[in-house]
Design a binder for this molecule. Structure first.
Ligand SMILES: NC(=O)c1ccc[n+]([C@@H]2O[C@H](COP(=O)([O-])OP(=O)(O)OC[C@H]3O[C@@H](n4cnc5c(N)ncnc54)[C@H](O)[C@@H]3O)[C@@H](O)[C@H]2O)c1
Length: 250
């Protein structure tokens, strides 16, 4: 485990939902942040709140469905901070549309945000992380990365693709001590995404995103010699951290 205090994290989808909470957790751990999101106003608000709490934040408004814009966003973050300790790709878009109705453009947009951006951002930080022989890349996964769900014609293939990319990069990153993992939420989380898509049945066991946040600060501080090529469960990891802290009296 690396002490992440003063270290840099690039985090996507940070304007609201899980990403917003993870940004707070990383800032509380002392990390300096490059936050990427397509929602300019919400990202500005998040930046202001985090800065008021003492965090160092570089906000980058970017549509992660656009490969060139994503590349430019990564370059901006790299120019500002240099190679980050952690890249957490959390942004995603879920639109439930059946195969009969989905358009190619909609299919591309969702898969590009989830999978193409994972590739473009990882590619951008890879030379620096491998040279440093240290770093952690995390893709936020889902039950949709393992199973299929009706009307998730793009989200599910995107999440499956992230798991595949993680497995390849974990193998290639291991000799350089760069950790590449995915993390599923482990529980439905109360966010704008679940608000607009989840049925009552799907909301059973729902938790606030803050419940899952400790797992992200933990994974930001690992290298491949600790764990790579894994699919973590954010709920379980966060619970384990909470129990460990309680036992340590913290
Ligand atoms: N909500 C759940 O119960 C749940 C369950 C399993 C997995 N997940 C995963 O957790 C992660 C966070 O989900 P959430 O519930 O917070 O989602 P959310 O929709 O509430 O928030 C997603 C964030 O990503 C940003 N984003 C979306 N499209 C973007 C684009 N084109 N460019 C840049 N940013 C973009 C949004 O603006 C938003 O800030 C996602 O990867 C999601 O797949 C969520």
């Amino acid at each position: 485990m690396i002490d992440v205090n003063g270290q840099v994290a690039f985090l996507t989808g940070a304007a609201e939902g899980l990403g917003r909470t993870v940004a707070t957790e990383l800032a509380a751990a002392g990390m300096r942040l490059a936050l990427m999101d397509v929602q300019a106003e919400k990202l500005e608000r998040a930046t202001r709140e985090l800065r008021e709490g003492g965090a160092e934040v570089l906000p980058i408004v970017v549509d992660l469905a656009d490969a060139d814009a994503t590349r430019r966003a990564a370059e901006e973050a790299l120019d500002h901070y240099g190679t980050p300790r952690a890249l957490i790709h959390n942004a995603a878009l879920l639109r439930e549309v059946s195969m009969l109705d989905v358009t190619f453009e909609n299919w591309r947009r969702e898969t590009d945000i989830i999978l193409q951006a994972a590739f473009v951002l990882s590619k951008a930080v890879w030379p620096g992380m491998t040279e440093a022989r240290s770093g952690s890349i995390v893709y936020v996964s889902s039950g949709s990365a393992l199973g299929g769900f009706v009307k998730e014609t793009a989200y599910t293939p995107g999440k499956h693709g992230q798991e595949g990319l993680m497995k390849v990069l974990a193998l290639e990153g291991r000799p350089y001590n760069v950790a590449v993992n995915t993390i599923s939420t482990g529980r439905p989380i109360d966010t704008p995404m679940s608000d607009s898509h989840y049925t009552d049945e799907m909301r059973i066991g729902i938790v606030p995103p803050s419940t899952l946040a400790p797992a992200f600060a933990f994974l930001a501080g690992i290298d491949a010699d600790f764990a790579t090529g894994h699919r973590f469960n954010a709920y379980q990891v966060s619970e384990a951290i909470r129990v460990a802290r309680q036992r340590a009296g913290r």
